[in-house]
Design a protein. Structure first.
Lengths: 343, 306
């Protein structure tokens, strides 16, 4: 159903212009949120929730870069969150508390891990790729659980957030919020330009038909590997921010369920649009946060005990909701925004 | 001392491998025949364990509980097939991963809802309790030997079923080319249901068998699911024989690796460092093993010819 649009040499201008509204509104909303938060009365809570949304937005966008544009279903992307987080935690515990040391180390570590595992994983195709990325993610997870000096299973609490050239600016939740927004915007801008470049077109070409790309003289493997490494580095950055936000790192950063959630965020938002991944992350986290309350409210006709029970077991609603979304909401939230396609 | 320890670990590995095989067999068939990734296969193992826990509390006998749990697990698998999975066969792998992930969320919470979050325990059946001496002075629990025996019997039955019956022939044909089988006039929808229900029952059986030796708790299927995936990927998707060998390999590598990696490392490192790195490396061994296998044979050890 999308074939016609994709084989056109240029997208129809009206469609393109209409879609660009979404990211503008999205970033404007993120920029306005701290101002509104101070009126809400619970600004600490609102800020920390939205900061989490932006951090997962970065991670989901990183995944969208390879999943949406390269059709590479990485089921181990949470590993990079963990790598970033542990880079912050381990360096901090050895006295390197500056973000300008931690972040480059985290990104380099993610790049190295992505390069090695990507080079092996990309030899396989389809479902084997899903499984081997899953295996690498699990490998890192178990490594983290056995790091006894760094908390093992329980994880480690950070003494403080990272310093910026020796100053503890990030301690302020507002400043941290703006830093995360800046990172989100930076990653988005970078991803957009990557996708629009020749590199992005080769990647998309490979997604459609790797054999043909090879026939016209490209080596898909190199492009896919480069995309995988870039995506890993972005997710590693998200991991650094996540560790700072929670002031805590643990193996739970990189469970395979977390990788599944990342995939779900991307699909929920709509594959292959980048800002869709941010919207998906927001929708997922907000749903997770507010579903218990929503359930409690909409079941007003039931007894108080049943309502509490329902709110406590919100995952029994969340799971089927997820299935229904997969079955009936094709194209995710971006697909809904775009409306039905005209023949 | 080391030899007997090795023997015990090898038996534990064999037992673990056979349990893995019971889960992986259904998974690899569902995958091979329907090209369907079922992440919810692990919760079917969990459901099997919970069913046996519930029925044995009710009847007071493990044997009756097992007899009741198997058809219930089968019915439950078929119910899931009709409600959810059937609508996913013609979707891509991504949708299948996500929807079955939703099933996991639901069922993990569901068992908490019904049975509570605290782990349940199932008593070892009287007949199979206690230990026997298998070598001089070496005692081994009878129940674990019973698991090994049951696993081997099921593996044998599966071999006969898949290789020497009409249904097995259709399943093998379906794994090679499902649309051709359908074109030859076989009701592929019904074949899918049979394979699916059977796989769910095998996973439920595995869960039921381990219920007396593990604690029955929500989420118990999640990690074993990943191991079962490792098994079918190493074995070659769709291949029962590959799943069998890979399951035994993984069971042995994991169990023996966990107890001997620290000892082996002691040869090159000082004891404290050796035990620490050993404990770090042991759980990673199987994943390293899988990566190595896929590096040299990207479609597993026994790829099904298509």
């Amino acid at each position: 159903m999308t074939e016609i649009v994709e084989t056109q040499s240029a997208p129809a201008p009206s469609l393109g212009a209409r879609l660009e509204i979404v990211p503008v509104v999205l970033f404007a909303a993120f920029a306005a949120a701290p101002l509104l938060a101070s009126f809400s009365g619970a600004e600490g809570y609102v800020l920390s929730l939205l900061t989490r949304v932006m951090i997962f937005g970065i991670a989901a966008m990183a995944l969208d870069l390879i999943l949406g544009y390269g059709a590479l279903v990485s089921f181990g992307h949470a590993a990079f969150l963990g790598l970033g987080g542990y880079a912050v935690g381990i360096l901090a515990s050895h006295g390197f508390e500056d973000a300008f040391i931690q972040i480059p180390v985290a990104i380099l570590a993610s790049a190295a891990f992505a390069f090695v595992t990507g080079a092996i994983s990309l030899r396989t195709k389809g479902v084997y790729f899903i499984m081997i990325t899953l295996a690498f993610g699990q490998m890192l997870y178990f490594l983290a659980t056995s790091l006894a000096p760094y908390g093992g299973d329980d994880g480690m609490t950070l003494a403080s957030r990272s310093l910026v050239v020796g100053a503890d600016w990030l301690k302020n939740d507002f400043t941290f919020y703006w830093v995360c927004l800046l990172c989100l915007f930076g990653v988005y801008a970078l991803s957009r330009s990557l996708v629009a470049s020749r590199f992005g077109r080769v990647l998309r070409g490979t997604r459609e038909n790797a054999v043909r790309m090879e026939a016209i003289g490209f080596r898909p493997f190199r492009f896919q590997l480069a995309a995988y490494v870039i995506s890993g580095m972005m997710a590693g950055l998200a991991g650094c921010l996540l560790a700072n936000q929670a002031e805590f790192v643990s193996p739970a950063f990189m469970t395979w369920q977390r990788s599944g959630e990342l995939i779900f965020m991307v699909v929920l938002g709509g594959l292959g649009s980048l800002h869709g991944a941010i919207i998906g992350a927001a929708a997922f986290l907000l749903l997770e946060e507010f579903l218990p309350e929503i359930l409690h409210t909409v079941s007003f006709f039931l007894s108080e005990e049943t309502r509490a029970h329902l709110a406590e077991n919100w995952k029994m609603v969340f799971g089927p909701l997820l299935i229904l979304i997969v079955l009936f909401v094709r194209g995710g939230i971006m697909g809904l925004l775009r409306g039905p396609r005209h023949g | 001392m080391t030899a007997t320890l090795f023997l015990v670990q090898a038996l534990n590995g064999l037992q673990f491998g056979l349990i893995l095989f019971l889960i992986a067999a259904g998974l690899t068939l569902v995958f091979g025949v329907m090209d369907f990734i079922n992440l919810a296969h692990g919760v079917q193992y969990m459901v099997g364990a919970y069913l046996v826990a519930a029925f044995s509390a009710w009847t007071g006998s493990f044997g009756w509980a097992l007899l009741l749990a198997l058809p219930t697990a089968l019915a439950f698998g078929l119910l899931l097939e009709v409600l959810v999975f059937r609508h996913l066969y013609d979707r891509d792998h991504l949708d299948q991963v996500l929807a079955t992930f939703g099933v996991i969320l639901f069922l993990n919470q569901g068992v908490k809802f019904v049975w509570g979050a605290a782990p349940l325990s199932v008593p070892v059946p009287e007949l199979l309790s206690g230990s026997v001496e298998i070598a001089n002075g070496l005692l081994y629990p009878v129940y674990r030997l019973a698991i090994i025996a049951a696993g081997l019997v099921i593996a044998g039955l599966l071999y006969v079923l898949v290789n020497h019956t009409r249904v097995g022939m259709l399943v093998r044909a379906g794994a090679s080319n499902a649309s051709m089988v359908s074109a030859l006039g076989v009701n592929i929808q019904r074949l899918f249901m049979v394979v699916f229900g059977f796989g769910a029952m095998l996973a439920g059986f595995a869960g039921a068998m381990v219920a007396p030796i593990l604690s029955v708790e929500p989420g118990m299927g999640d990690n074993i699911l990943i191991l079962a995936f490792v098994v079918i990927v190493i074995g070659g998707i769709g291949s029962i024989r590959g799943a069998f060998l890979a399951a035994l390999l993984i069971g042995l590598v994991d169990t023996v690796g966990r107890s001997f990696a620290p000892n082996l490392l002691r040869l090159v490192l000082d004891p404290a460092a050796a035990s620490q790195t050993g404990r770090a490396i042991a759980p990673m061994l199987i994943y390293i093993f899988m990566a190595a296998v896929l590096f040299f044979r990207p479609s597993g050890l026994f790829p099904v010819k298509r």
